[in-house]
Design a protein around this ligand. Structure first.
Ligand SMILES: Cc1cc2nc3c(=O)[nH]c(=O)nc-3n(C[C@H](O)[C@H](O)[C@H](O)COP(=O)(O)OP(=O)(O)OC[C@H]3O[C@@H](n4cnc5c(N)ncnc54)[C@H](O)[C@@H]3O)c2cc1C
Length: 408
Protein backbone atom coordinates (compact mmCIF):
# COMPACT_ATOMS: atom_id res chain seq x y z
CA UNK A 1 0.00 0.00 0.00
CA UNK A 2 1.23 3.50 -0.83
CA UNK A 3 2.40 5.66 2.06
CA UNK A 4 -0.12 8.37 3.04
CA UNK A 5 1.50 11.75 3.69
CA UNK A 6 0.06 14.85 5.20
CA UNK A 7 2.56 17.69 4.77
CA UNK A 8 2.15 21.06 6.47
CA UNK A 9 4.40 23.95 5.45
CA UNK A 10 4.60 26.82 7.96
CA UNK A 11 5.27 30.18 6.28
CA UNK A 12 4.27 31.58 2.91
CA UNK A 13 7.47 33.38 1.97
CA UNK A 14 9.57 32.36 -1.00
CA UNK A 15 10.94 29.30 0.80
CA UNK A 16 7.52 27.94 1.79
CA UNK A 17 5.82 28.71 -1.54
CA UNK A 18 8.66 27.34 -3.68
CA UNK A 19 8.79 24.22 -1.51
CA UNK A 20 5.04 23.75 -2.07
CA UNK A 21 5.70 24.01 -5.83
CA UNK A 22 8.55 21.44 -5.85
CA UNK A 23 6.64 19.00 -3.62
CA UNK A 24 3.66 19.21 -5.97
CA UNK A 25 5.92 18.56 -9.01
CA UNK A 26 7.83 15.60 -7.52
CA UNK A 27 7.25 12.37 -9.49
CA UNK A 28 6.12 10.57 -6.29
CA UNK A 29 3.50 13.20 -5.48
CA UNK A 30 -0.11 12.28 -6.00
CA UNK A 31 -2.99 14.25 -4.51
CA UNK A 32 -4.72 10.97 -3.67
CA UNK A 33 -1.95 9.88 -1.29
CA UNK A 34 -0.42 13.20 -0.22
CA UNK A 35 -2.02 16.35 1.12
CA UNK A 36 0.04 19.55 1.21
CA UNK A 37 -1.15 22.55 3.24
CA UNK A 38 0.66 25.88 3.39
CA UNK A 39 -0.07 28.01 6.44
CA UNK A 40 0.58 31.76 6.30
CA UNK A 41 0.12 34.16 9.22
CA UNK A 42 -0.36 37.40 7.31
CA UNK A 43 -3.95 38.60 6.83
CA UNK A 44 -2.77 40.02 3.49
CA UNK A 45 -1.67 36.73 1.94
CA UNK A 46 1.71 35.35 0.98
CA UNK A 47 5.02 37.17 0.30
CA UNK A 48 4.35 40.01 2.74
CA UNK A 49 7.80 39.72 4.37
CA UNK A 50 11.33 39.75 2.94
CA UNK A 51 10.19 37.59 0.03
CA UNK A 52 7.96 40.35 -1.31
CA UNK A 53 10.30 43.21 -0.51
CA UNK A 54 13.74 41.98 -1.58
CA UNK A 55 15.84 43.11 -4.54
CA UNK A 56 15.54 39.89 -6.51
CA UNK A 57 19.09 39.20 -7.61
CA UNK A 58 19.85 35.61 -8.63
CA UNK A 59 23.60 35.12 -8.96
CA UNK A 60 25.95 32.27 -9.82
CA UNK A 61 28.44 33.84 -7.39
CA UNK A 62 26.05 33.87 -4.41
CA UNK A 63 26.61 31.57 -1.43
CA UNK A 64 26.67 28.90 -0.13
CA UNK A 65 28.10 27.46 -3.33
CA UNK A 66 26.60 23.96 -3.02
CA UNK A 67 23.08 25.42 -2.81
CA UNK A 68 23.62 28.02 -5.54
CA UNK A 69 24.78 25.22 -7.86
CA UNK A 70 21.34 23.63 -7.55
CA UNK A 71 19.36 26.87 -7.43
CA UNK A 72 20.71 28.84 -10.38
CA UNK A 73 19.93 26.23 -13.09
CA UNK A 74 16.54 25.62 -11.46
CA UNK A 75 15.73 29.34 -11.75
CA UNK A 76 16.61 29.18 -15.45
CA UNK A 77 14.41 26.08 -15.89
CA UNK A 78 11.45 27.54 -14.01
CA UNK A 79 11.60 30.72 -16.10
CA UNK A 80 11.66 28.69 -19.33
CA UNK A 81 8.88 26.36 -18.27
CA UNK A 82 6.44 28.98 -16.93
CA UNK A 83 7.33 32.05 -18.99
CA UNK A 84 9.09 33.72 -16.06
CA UNK A 85 9.91 36.70 -18.28
CA UNK A 86 6.26 37.70 -18.41
CA UNK A 87 5.13 36.17 -15.17
CA UNK A 88 7.81 37.26 -12.67
CA UNK A 89 10.12 39.67 -14.48
CA UNK A 90 12.91 37.14 -15.10
CA UNK A 91 15.86 38.41 -17.08
CA UNK A 92 19.64 38.14 -17.15
CA UNK A 93 21.27 41.29 -15.87
CA UNK A 94 24.71 42.90 -15.50
CA UNK A 95 25.91 43.55 -12.02
CA UNK A 96 28.68 45.82 -10.81
CA UNK A 97 30.15 47.73 -7.94
CA UNK A 98 30.03 51.49 -8.35
CA UNK A 99 32.10 53.93 -6.32
CA UNK A 100 31.90 57.68 -6.40
CA UNK A 101 30.58 60.88 -4.89
CA UNK A 102 27.03 61.90 -4.12
CA UNK A 103 25.75 65.36 -4.93
CA UNK A 104 24.24 67.58 -2.32
CA UNK A 105 20.44 67.42 -2.53
CA UNK A 106 19.93 70.18 -0.02
CA UNK A 107 18.64 68.37 3.07
CA UNK A 108 19.70 64.83 2.19
CA UNK A 109 18.31 63.23 5.35
CA UNK A 110 20.27 61.93 8.28
CA UNK A 111 20.53 58.41 6.88
CA UNK A 112 20.08 57.09 10.38
CA UNK A 113 16.41 56.49 11.00
CA UNK A 114 15.53 54.63 14.19
CA UNK A 115 16.33 51.03 14.98
CA UNK A 116 19.91 51.29 16.18
CA UNK A 117 23.18 50.00 14.81
CA UNK A 118 23.44 49.68 11.00
CA UNK A 119 24.59 46.37 9.59
CA UNK A 120 25.79 45.36 6.14
CA UNK A 121 23.51 42.89 4.32
CA UNK A 122 26.77 41.19 3.23
CA UNK A 123 25.66 40.25 -0.25
CA UNK A 124 29.12 40.73 -1.79
CA UNK A 125 30.73 38.24 0.65
CA UNK A 126 30.36 35.41 -1.85
CA UNK A 127 32.30 37.26 -4.49
CA UNK A 128 35.77 35.83 -4.68
CA UNK A 129 37.12 37.77 -7.58
CA UNK A 130 35.94 41.37 -7.94
CA UNK A 131 37.47 42.75 -11.12
CA UNK A 132 39.68 45.78 -10.94
CA UNK A 133 38.41 48.98 -12.46
CA UNK A 134 38.63 49.34 -16.20
CA UNK A 135 40.33 52.18 -18.03
CA UNK A 136 39.35 55.48 -16.47
CA UNK A 137 36.18 54.80 -14.44
CA UNK A 138 35.17 51.64 -16.27
CA UNK A 139 31.56 52.85 -16.48
CA UNK A 140 29.76 50.82 -19.20
CA UNK A 141 28.58 52.81 -22.24
CA UNK A 142 24.91 51.99 -21.68
CA UNK A 143 24.88 52.74 -17.96
CA UNK A 144 23.60 56.27 -18.39
CA UNK A 145 21.39 56.56 -15.32
CA UNK A 146 24.27 57.27 -12.90
CA UNK A 147 26.27 60.44 -13.39
CA UNK A 148 29.58 59.89 -15.10
CA UNK A 149 31.16 62.93 -13.48
CA UNK A 150 30.43 61.54 -9.99
CA UNK A 151 31.88 58.13 -10.77
CA UNK A 152 35.27 57.15 -9.38
CA UNK A 153 35.14 53.56 -10.53
CA UNK A 154 32.85 50.87 -11.85
CA UNK A 155 33.94 47.24 -11.54
CA UNK A 156 31.84 44.54 -13.20
CA UNK A 157 31.00 41.80 -10.72
CA UNK A 158 29.33 39.69 -13.35
CA UNK A 159 28.01 40.00 -16.88
CA UNK A 160 24.53 38.80 -17.82
CA UNK A 161 25.83 35.21 -18.06
CA UNK A 162 26.35 35.08 -14.28
CA UNK A 163 23.49 37.11 -12.83
CA UNK A 164 19.76 37.29 -13.34
CA UNK A 165 16.80 38.78 -11.55
CA UNK A 166 13.22 38.09 -10.63
CA UNK A 167 10.52 40.28 -9.15
CA UNK A 168 10.44 38.53 -5.75
CA UNK A 169 6.75 39.16 -4.96
CA UNK A 170 5.64 37.92 -8.39
CA UNK A 171 7.95 34.90 -8.25
CA UNK A 172 6.76 33.87 -4.78
CA UNK A 173 3.05 34.26 -5.51
CA UNK A 174 3.46 32.47 -8.87
CA UNK A 175 5.11 29.50 -7.14
CA UNK A 176 2.09 29.17 -4.86
CA UNK A 177 -0.42 29.61 -7.71
CA UNK A 178 1.33 26.85 -9.67
CA UNK A 179 1.40 24.61 -6.58
CA UNK A 180 -2.33 25.19 -6.02
CA UNK A 181 -3.01 24.00 -9.57
CA UNK A 182 -1.69 20.59 -8.43
CA UNK A 183 -3.78 20.48 -5.27
CA UNK A 184 -1.79 22.39 -2.62
CA UNK A 185 -4.10 24.08 -0.11
CA UNK A 186 -3.24 27.54 1.25
CA UNK A 187 -4.66 28.34 4.69
CA UNK A 188 -4.62 31.72 6.45
CA UNK A 189 -3.56 31.30 10.06
CA UNK A 190 -0.70 31.69 12.47
CA UNK A 191 0.94 28.47 13.64
CA UNK A 192 1.12 28.35 17.42
CA UNK A 193 2.76 24.96 17.97
CA UNK A 194 4.15 21.93 16.24
CA UNK A 195 2.40 18.95 17.83
CA UNK A 196 4.33 15.77 18.63
CA UNK A 197 3.68 12.38 20.14
CA UNK A 198 6.83 10.91 21.54
CA UNK A 199 9.52 11.71 18.98
CA UNK A 200 7.23 12.15 15.94
CA UNK A 201 5.37 15.16 14.64
CA UNK A 202 1.60 14.70 14.55
CA UNK A 203 0.28 18.10 13.48
CA UNK A 204 0.35 21.87 13.55
CA UNK A 205 -1.94 23.98 15.71
CA UNK A 206 -2.79 27.47 14.51
CA UNK A 207 -5.02 30.45 15.17
CA UNK A 208 -7.31 31.36 12.32
CA UNK A 209 -8.59 34.83 11.40
CA UNK A 210 -11.45 34.48 13.93
CA UNK A 211 -8.93 33.66 16.65
CA UNK A 212 -10.11 30.04 16.81
CA UNK A 213 -7.45 27.45 17.52
CA UNK A 214 -7.40 24.56 15.08
CA UNK A 215 -5.05 21.65 14.39
CA UNK A 216 -4.03 20.20 11.04
CA UNK A 217 -2.84 16.59 11.38
CA UNK A 218 0.59 16.08 9.81
CA UNK A 219 3.07 13.32 9.10
CA UNK A 220 5.63 15.89 7.92
CA UNK A 221 6.03 19.53 9.01
CA UNK A 222 8.28 21.99 7.17
CA UNK A 223 9.23 25.04 9.21
CA UNK A 224 9.95 27.89 6.77
CA UNK A 225 8.74 30.90 8.72
CA UNK A 226 11.82 33.02 8.00
CA UNK A 227 12.85 35.27 10.90
CA UNK A 228 9.82 34.00 12.89
CA UNK A 229 10.95 30.35 12.84
CA UNK A 230 12.35 30.40 16.43
CA UNK A 231 8.88 31.34 17.75
CA UNK A 232 7.93 27.71 16.97
CA UNK A 233 11.32 26.14 17.67
CA UNK A 234 13.18 28.33 20.18
CA UNK A 235 16.47 26.39 19.91
CA UNK A 236 16.87 27.50 16.27
CA UNK A 237 19.81 29.94 16.06
CA UNK A 238 18.02 32.46 13.84
CA UNK A 239 18.07 36.20 14.40
CA UNK A 240 16.25 38.94 12.49
CA UNK A 241 17.69 41.94 10.65
CA UNK A 242 15.34 44.69 9.47
CA UNK A 243 16.04 46.50 6.20
CA UNK A 244 14.29 49.35 4.42
CA UNK A 245 13.73 49.75 0.72
CA UNK A 246 11.96 52.00 -1.76
CA UNK A 247 10.77 51.61 -5.32
CA UNK A 248 11.11 54.56 -7.66
CA UNK A 249 9.31 55.08 -10.95
CA UNK A 250 11.49 57.24 -13.24
CA UNK A 251 9.48 59.39 -15.60
CA UNK A 252 8.23 57.47 -18.60
CA UNK A 253 10.54 59.03 -21.20
CA UNK A 254 13.63 57.65 -19.39
CA UNK A 255 15.30 54.38 -20.37
CA UNK A 256 16.89 52.58 -17.44
CA UNK A 257 19.47 50.06 -18.70
CA UNK A 258 19.39 46.70 -16.88
CA UNK A 259 21.98 46.85 -14.12
CA UNK A 260 22.19 45.89 -10.47
CA UNK A 261 24.59 48.19 -8.66
CA UNK A 262 26.31 47.73 -5.32
CA UNK A 263 27.31 51.30 -4.53
CA UNK A 264 29.76 53.03 -2.27
CA UNK A 265 28.75 56.69 -2.23
CA UNK A 266 30.78 59.35 -0.47
CA UNK A 267 28.21 61.94 0.57
CA UNK A 268 29.11 65.64 0.67
CA UNK A 269 30.53 66.89 3.98
CA UNK A 270 28.01 67.77 6.61
CA UNK A 271 28.22 71.54 7.25
CA UNK A 272 28.15 71.18 11.04
CA UNK A 273 30.64 68.31 11.49
CA UNK A 274 32.69 68.84 8.29
CA UNK A 275 32.72 65.04 7.92
CA UNK A 276 31.68 63.21 4.80
CA UNK A 277 30.01 59.82 5.12
CA UNK A 278 30.01 56.71 2.98
CA UNK A 279 26.71 54.95 2.31
CA UNK A 280 26.19 51.71 0.40
CA UNK A 281 22.69 51.34 -1.05
CA UNK A 282 21.99 48.58 -3.59
CA UNK A 283 20.10 49.59 -6.73
CA UNK A 284 18.14 47.20 -8.99
CA UNK A 285 16.72 48.28 -12.35
CA UNK A 286 13.64 46.14 -13.13
CA UNK A 287 12.18 45.17 -16.51
CA UNK A 288 8.93 47.11 -15.97
CA UNK A 289 10.92 50.34 -15.58
CA UNK A 290 10.69 50.37 -11.80
CA UNK A 291 13.92 50.86 -9.82
CA UNK A 292 14.30 49.21 -6.42
CA UNK A 293 16.83 50.43 -3.84
CA UNK A 294 17.62 49.18 -0.34
CA UNK A 295 19.70 50.43 2.54
CA UNK A 296 21.58 48.76 5.39
CA UNK A 297 20.07 46.44 8.00
CA UNK A 298 19.31 47.39 11.59
CA UNK A 299 18.56 45.48 14.79
CA UNK A 300 15.02 46.69 15.43
CA UNK A 301 12.82 44.15 17.29
CA UNK A 302 10.87 41.58 15.33
CA UNK A 303 7.09 42.05 15.82
CA UNK A 304 4.82 39.03 16.37
CA UNK A 305 3.31 39.19 12.89
CA UNK A 306 4.67 40.30 9.52
CA UNK A 307 1.72 42.70 9.18
CA UNK A 308 3.02 44.67 12.18
CA UNK A 309 6.48 45.46 10.78
CA UNK A 310 7.12 49.16 11.41
CA UNK A 311 8.37 51.22 8.47
CA UNK A 312 10.66 54.07 9.50
CA UNK A 313 9.92 56.67 6.84
CA UNK A 314 13.14 58.57 7.64
CA UNK A 315 15.15 55.45 6.77
CA UNK A 316 13.26 55.15 3.45
CA UNK A 317 13.87 58.83 2.74
CA UNK A 318 17.60 58.28 3.30
CA UNK A 319 17.70 55.40 0.82
CA UNK A 320 15.93 57.58 -1.74
CA UNK A 321 18.21 60.55 -1.11
CA UNK A 322 21.37 58.47 -1.31
CA UNK A 323 20.51 56.95 -4.68
CA UNK A 324 19.15 60.28 -5.94
CA UNK A 325 22.52 61.86 -5.09
CA UNK A 326 24.16 59.95 -7.97
CA UNK A 327 21.31 59.80 -10.49
CA UNK A 328 19.17 62.53 -12.03
CA UNK A 329 16.70 59.89 -13.27
CA UNK A 330 16.14 58.62 -9.73
CA UNK A 331 16.01 62.15 -8.34
CA UNK A 332 13.27 63.08 -10.81
CA UNK A 333 11.38 59.81 -10.34
CA UNK A 334 8.42 59.20 -8.09
CA UNK A 335 8.80 57.06 -4.96
CA UNK A 336 6.03 54.46 -5.17
CA UNK A 337 6.78 52.15 -2.22
CA UNK A 338 8.39 52.75 1.15
CA UNK A 339 8.77 49.46 2.97
CA UNK A 340 10.65 47.40 5.55
CA UNK A 341 11.10 43.70 6.21
CA UNK A 342 13.14 41.25 8.27
CA UNK A 343 15.60 38.79 6.84
CA UNK A 344 16.40 35.58 8.70
CA UNK A 345 20.06 35.32 9.68
CA UNK A 346 21.80 32.26 11.17
CA UNK A 347 23.21 33.83 14.32
CA UNK A 348 26.06 31.31 14.69
CA UNK A 349 27.22 31.87 11.08
CA UNK A 350 26.84 29.64 8.03
CA UNK A 351 23.49 28.38 6.89
CA UNK A 352 20.84 28.35 5.67
CA UNK A 353 19.54 25.43 7.72
CA UNK A 354 18.03 22.76 5.49
CA UNK A 355 16.98 19.23 6.36
CA UNK A 356 15.22 17.01 8.88
CA UNK A 357 15.63 17.89 12.57
CA UNK A 358 15.50 14.24 13.64
CA UNK A 359 17.08 14.98 17.01
CA UNK A 360 13.99 17.00 17.88
CA UNK A 361 11.29 14.99 16.16
CA UNK A 362 10.94 12.61 13.26
CA UNK A 363 9.06 14.31 10.44
CA UNK A 364 10.17 17.83 11.42
CA UNK A 365 11.98 19.62 8.58
CA UNK A 366 13.68 23.01 8.67
CA UNK A 367 14.20 25.36 5.71
CA UNK A 368 15.23 28.78 6.90
CA UNK A 369 18.12 31.18 7.60
CA UNK A 370 18.71 32.26 4.01
CA UNK A 371 20.05 35.73 4.98
CA UNK A 372 20.50 37.95 1.91
CA UNK A 373 20.27 35.09 -0.64
CA UNK A 374 16.84 33.54 -0.11
CA UNK A 375 15.45 34.66 -3.48
CA UNK A 376 18.41 33.15 -5.27
CA UNK A 377 18.49 29.96 -3.20
CA UNK A 378 14.79 29.15 -2.91
CA UNK A 379 14.58 26.67 -5.83
CA UNK A 380 17.61 24.66 -4.60
CA UNK A 381 16.20 24.58 -1.07
CA UNK A 382 12.77 23.55 -2.31
CA UNK A 383 14.09 20.84 -4.63
CA UNK A 384 16.20 19.42 -1.80
CA UNK A 385 13.19 19.41 0.55
CA UNK A 386 11.04 17.59 -2.00
CA UNK A 387 13.75 14.93 -2.49
CA UNK A 388 14.18 14.52 1.24
CA UNK A 389 10.47 14.08 1.90
CA UNK A 390 9.68 11.78 -0.99
CA UNK A 391 12.97 9.88 -1.41
CA UNK A 392 14.51 10.07 2.05
CA UNK A 393 17.65 11.82 0.85
CA UNK A 394 18.84 14.91 -1.01
CA UNK A 395 20.00 13.76 -4.43
CA UNK A 396 20.72 17.04 -6.22
CA UNK A 397 23.82 17.95 -4.24
CA UNK A 398 25.68 17.52 -0.99
CA UNK A 399 24.01 19.82 1.56
CA UNK A 400 25.34 18.08 4.69
CA UNK A 401 26.97 21.34 5.79
CA UNK A 402 23.49 22.84 6.07
CA UNK A 403 21.92 19.97 8.03
CA UNK A 404 19.94 20.94 11.17
CA UNK A 405 22.11 18.52 13.20
CA UNK A 406 24.97 21.02 12.80
CA UNK A 407 22.95 23.90 14.21
CA UNK A 408 20.61 22.41 16.83
C1 LIG B 1 16.44 44.53 1.63
C2 LIG B 1 16.60 43.09 1.22
C3 LIG B 1 17.03 42.78 -0.06
C4 LIG B 1 17.21 41.45 -0.43
N1 LIG B 1 17.62 41.16 -1.70
C5 LIG B 1 17.80 39.88 -2.08
C6 LIG B 1 18.24 39.57 -3.39
O1 LIG B 1 18.44 40.46 -4.22
N2 LIG B 1 18.47 38.26 -3.70
C7 LIG B 1 18.28 37.26 -2.80
O2 LIG B 1 18.54 36.11 -3.12
N3 LIG B 1 17.80 37.52 -1.55
C8 LIG B 1 17.58 38.80 -1.17
N4 LIG B 1 17.14 39.08 0.10
C9 LIG B 1 16.93 37.99 1.04
C10 LIG B 1 15.56 37.32 0.90
O3 LIG B 1 14.57 38.32 0.82
C11 LIG B 1 15.29 36.39 2.08
O4 LIG B 1 16.37 35.51 2.29
C12 LIG B 1 14.04 35.55 1.80
O5 LIG B 1 12.98 36.37 1.40
C13 LIG B 1 13.64 34.76 3.03
O6 LIG B 1 12.49 34.06 2.68
P1 LIG B 1 11.65 33.25 3.75
O7 LIG B 1 10.56 32.57 3.03
O8 LIG B 1 12.59 32.40 4.57
O9 LIG B 1 11.13 34.35 4.78
P2 LIG B 1 9.96 35.42 4.68
O10 LIG B 1 9.86 36.05 3.38
O11 LIG B 1 10.10 36.30 5.88
O12 LIG B 1 8.67 34.53 4.86
C14 LIG B 1 8.33 33.92 6.08
C15 LIG B 1 6.83 33.84 6.14
O13 LIG B 1 6.45 33.07 7.27
C16 LIG B 1 5.28 33.64 7.80
N5 LIG B 1 5.13 33.24 9.20
C17 LIG B 1 5.88 33.65 10.25
N6 LIG B 1 5.45 33.08 11.38
C18 LIG B 1 4.40 32.28 11.04
C19 LIG B 1 3.53 31.43 11.78
N7 LIG B 1 3.66 31.28 13.09
N8 LIG B 1 2.55 30.78 11.11
C20 LIG B 1 2.41 30.92 9.77
N9 LIG B 1 3.21 31.71 9.02
C21 LIG B 1 4.20 32.38 9.66
C22 LIG B 1 5.50 35.14 7.65
O14 LIG B 1 4.30 35.85 7.76
C23 LIG B 1 6.17 35.21 6.29
O15 LIG B 1 5.24 35.36 5.25
C24 LIG B 1 16.95 40.40 0.48
C25 LIG B 1 16.48 40.72 1.76
C26 LIG B 1 16.30 42.04 2.13
C27 LIG B 1 15.79 42.35 3.50
Amino acid sequence: MEQQRSIVIIGGGIIGCTTAYYLSRHPSYSSSTTSITLLEASARGTAQGASGKAGGLVAKWAYPRELVDISYPEHVKLAEEHNGTERWGWRFVSCGSWEGHGEDLGDSGSGVGKGGQKKSLEKTLGLEDVSTTREETGLPDDLLWVKEELTTSYSPMSGPDGSAQVHPYLFTTSMLELAKEKGVLAVAGSATSIEREGRRVTGVSYRDSENQTKTIPATHVILSAGAWSPSLLPSLPISATRAHSVTIRPNSSTTIAPYVLFTEIRLPSNASTMHSRIVTPEIYARPDGEVYACGPGDDSRLPKNVDDVVVDLAACESVRDHVASISQELRDGEVEKRQACFLPVVSVGGGPIIGEAEKIAKGLYIATGHTCWGICNAPGTAKAMAELLFEGKIRSGNLKKLSPSRFL
